[in-house]
Design a protein around this ligand. Structure first.
Ligand SMILES: *[C@@H]1O[C@H](CO)[C@@H](O)[C@H](O)[C@H]1NC(C)=O
Ligand SMILES: *[C@@H]1O[C@H](CO)[C@@H](O)[C@H](O)[C@H]1NC(C)=O
Length: 244
């Protein structure tokens, strides 16, 4: 993707933040929608179909489809009801958001998300059915949870003898890492750290090999890979739905 287009995405993200809120009964989402995704007070952005979300009276916040069909939960024991090898999410990419996924085996097309869906805590890559949506602006990698909730990617300090920083989701913006897209690849520049490759990540089977935990690798890509980890880059994908 060209730098110009990337800049446009950045501007769109900024514009989205300034557009204010959608009025009562107004549109607040859907494929191709570039207006506000939040509603005026007392109204809730409610998913209707992939092409339309509307501000309806209420206080709960639902901006993506109810997760009825996904049956696999990160770390959970439930099994997909279908035997098809390919899975895809049912949520539709919201305006100004991107999916972020790994493109290399053994984690090909696993999608960035929280270990517990939509929650603070460790960052993992997992199934498209629970893929989260993101954008990067002002150096922050932001996970869109709902119109009221954004989670920010932070990096923990390295454990002794480890050359990697665990990525986790916080309600506070990061102050010690600057995130960006270089082409389609996520990069993180850590303040006061020496990095070989700012786009190098590790996916480690701390909890599960299927849904590995994400670390920023301070060392070189594919060099001295820790046991239980795989080298990964993280790349954005802007298809309407997360596909495996
Ligand atoms: C970055 O800041 C966060 C929040 O203050 C902190 O928890 C974390 O340890 C810091 N990480 C590094 C690598 O300094
Ligand atoms: C980086 O190091 C400088 C100098 O020691 C210090 O003032 C600054 O607070 C550090 N920044 C972070 C984000 O740790």
């Amino acid at each position: 993707m060209s730098r110009t287009l990337l800049t446009s995405i950045g501007l769109l993200a900024l514009a989205g933040a300034c557009l204010g809120q959608s009025p009562a009964w107004g549109q607040c989402g859907g494929q191709g929608w570039s207006g506000s995704t939040t509603c005026t007070s007392g109204y809730v952005c409610t998913y209707s179909n992939p092409y339309y979300s509307q501000c309806l009276p209420g206080t709960a916040t639902i901006t993506s489809p109810p997760s009825s069909s996904p049956t696999s939960v990160p770390g959970g024991g439930s099994t997909p009801s279908s035997t098809a090898s390919a899975t895809s999410g049912t949520a539709t990419l919201l305006p100004n958001q991107l999916w972020i996924r790994a493109d290399e085996e053994p984690n090909f097309h696993k999608y960035l998300q929280s270990q517990t869906e939509g929650s603070v805590g460790d960052a993992v890559i997992g199934p498209p059915t629970t893929a989260a949506q993101f954008n990067i602006a002002s150096g922050q990698l932001m996970q869109f949870v709902n119109a009221d909730t954004t989670l920010y990617a932070q990096v923990a300090t390295a454990l002794p003898n480890e050359n990697r920083l665990k990525v986790f989701w916080s309600t506070s913006p990061a102050t010690n890492i600057t995130w960006s897209f270089q082409g389609d690849a996520v990069n993180g520049v850590v303040a006061n750290a020496t990095q070989q490759d700012t786009g190098a990540f590790l996916a480690c089977d701390d909890v599960s090999a299927d849904v590995p935990t994400v670390y920023l690798n301070l060392g070189a890509y594919d060099y001295m890979t820790p046991t239980g980890c795989a080298d990964q880059t993280l790349n954005y994908y802007n298809g309407a739905t997360a596909v495996s």
